[in-house]
Structures are given as C-alpha cells and as structure tokens.
Write a protein that binds this ligand. Sequence first.
Ligand SMILES: *Cc1c(COP(=O)(O)O)cnc(C)c1O
Length: 400
Amino acid sequence: MSDDRSDEATAGWRPRTRAVRGGLDRSPHGETSEALYLNSGFVYDNAEQAEARFLGDDPGFIYSRYGNPTVAMFEERLAQLDGSEACFATASGMSAVFAALLCQLQSGDHVVASRALFGSCHYILTQLLPRYGINVDLVDGADLDQWRDAIRGTTTCVFFETPSNPTLDLIDIGAVTELAHEVGARVVVDNVFSTPVLQRPNEFGADVVVYSGTKHMDGQGRILGGAVLSSREFIDDHLMQFLRHTGPAMSAFNAWVLLKGLETMELRLGEQCRSTQIIAEMLQGHDAIERVLYPGLESFPQRELAQKQMSAGGSVITFDLRGGKSEAFSFSNGLRIVDISNNLGDAKSLITHPATTTHRAVGPEERAKVGIGDGMVRLSVGLEDPADLMQDLTDALNAI
Ligand SMILES: *Cc1c(COP(=O)(O)O)cnc(C)c1O
C-alpha cells in the first residue's frame, strides 16, 4: 500500500526499529499511533474504479475479508520482523496452520510431519487431512533418518513445530528442509514457540512460516490472531485465494492490538527468556523434579541444535514431577502467583498439565510416543519478578 517512506530507507532498519515503525501507514490526519480502521467495506469514486479494484489494476482495498488497512500494517510489520517477503494475517494460529496446509494440498498428496505437535495441529494432520485423501506420515522429529525414510517422491509438503509443544523437541530446520527440497516438497514451520525474535525458519530454507499471534505477539492475553508468511509467489498462487474465499480473516481490532504487541515483543521476550533461564536452572536442582526440559540448559539433549538455530531458549519450561497426575495436580493447585491456564507467551506466568488438557485428545498411546507423561507440566514464564516466581514454584514443590 501507499508508503511515505521508500523501501530503500527502511531496508537497513534493525529489528527493534522495524518492530515499532515497520508497516506504519499514516492517514491524512497524521496520527502518531497506528489507526484502527473498523470498517468491513470500502467505497469507490466511480464504477470504473470498482471494476479496476476487482481486476487487480487498482491497488486499493475491496472488503475486509480480503484486506484492511490496519491488518495490512500488521502484515507488513510482521513480514519485516520475520524477514519474509509477504504475510497474510488470519483469525487465529490454527486458521493459519489449516490454511497454510489446505491451500496447497490435494487428494493423493503425501505429507510428512513430526509426531510432537500441538493438539489441534495433530487433529488436522491425523484426522482431517486423511478424510480428503491426503496421506500423512508422522516421524520422530529429532531423528533425521526417520525423515529421510518417510520423505519420498510423492511428498509435497513437510510440517513441523520447533520447539514442539509441550516437550520442546527441536527439529533441525536446515537438514529437514534439504531433504524435503530434494523431492520438491514445501516446508511449513510452526514457529509459535520461538517467534521471529528467537528464530527465523526462512533463514534455514523453510518455505512457509506460521504464527499464532495469540501467544507472545499479543503477549497480554487479550486477543486471538495468526499469520502465514512466505514468498509473494506462494501467497499469490495458493494462499490468497484460499483465505479470501474461505474467510478466516483477522479483525482490524485484533490487528491493532497485535501491532502494539509487536512494538514491545522483543523487550518482553528478552526479559521472559532471562527469567526462564534462571528458573529452569533452579528447578533442575529440586528433589521433587525428575527432569527439566529447556533449550537454554546445558543438560538439554539438543543443546547444540538449540544454539545453531535459536538465539535464546524461549519462555517455556517443561518438567516431569516425580510421581504422576496427583503430584502434578497438587503442585499446580499449590501455586499462588502462577495461574493454571493453557495459554502461553503471556505476561502472566501460566502452568498447564498437558496430559489432561492440551494433549488429552491425542490419546495415551501418542502421548507415550512423544514422552508426555502424567507427571509432566508446562510452565510459561511471564513478566513477574523472577524472585517471586521462584518462591512461588519452590513453595508449591515443597508442599506436594
Ligand atoms: C497455540 C498454538 C497454535 C494455535 O494458535 P491459536 O492462536 O490458539 O489458534 C498453533 N501452534 C502452536 C505450537 C501453538 O502453541
């Protein structure tokens, strides 16, 4: 859209500057902050202009299901942060995942995905896609040999999240992308846990990146949102028509909240990563805990890969309490600051018991395969003082 700054001037901006000013498209009123355009439709100067818009010859807006000025500012800002050519915002992270896959797949296609997936991603891959004749194979994502065996000539798409929810398994983005590209398959990465602040999958060759804006981008528990980022060509050839005509558009209000969220995301996430690191180190030493998983720990099984593709460990720690469900429940119920909630990336620290909530529907067999035990909890570290959080966690652990 119209931009009073030339691309040349903005090209050299560093991420912090992009986060605050990227995509800013001021109206003639010259507002400081991004304007919120709460309108569904747009009017045309004349019938000829309407015709030109629909033909694509006139670049203005048509209808907010197709695009909206506030949403467009969010899309441009996120694209700049992600280092992707283009972005399409969606109503939620799941509509981004669904659209990124369905817009390019057809009956007979073969998809390879990592087994360690967010519950709703697991549903799309294992329940929904097979209903439309799309064959899906799941692999243990950390094992490159399994990817090598599963990816074949008919594979058109590869999907994974890294780190995975909730076990924080990492997948070597560069290595899996190389295997996928050998057979001409596209790589779709769910980068929700890392955000573009900690990891940019396209730098390792990934073709499509999906985000949930609901998590760290908003980061304050207010709205749902999502986004698909890729080359301009992928969006033009596959995604745009799919999203325009199926309708999971992001609301202008949510885009406005997310624009403000992106401004502070790097600062918030930086603090959250620092707190998470010291909390993970503390948890490691507690007798009530059997195992702590956090990519920032020296003991993390995939530490080398974490350092290769992530700039910090993130804001989520997953740990196994000695015992099982009753110990995990007792611990969660004993927390006074940390809330029991299945969201993550929030300013408020949140604890989840995956086996009975986010990963209940995947069933005990799949949970066992990816290592989600009944004593496992997932902690999303917020912006409270880490000393208070450590006290809260220690008190609850001691009281189990
Ligand atoms: C939360 C989440 C999603 C879905 O995002 P919503 O905005 O809740 O729809 C997808 N993938 C991962 C890894 C998530 O954590």
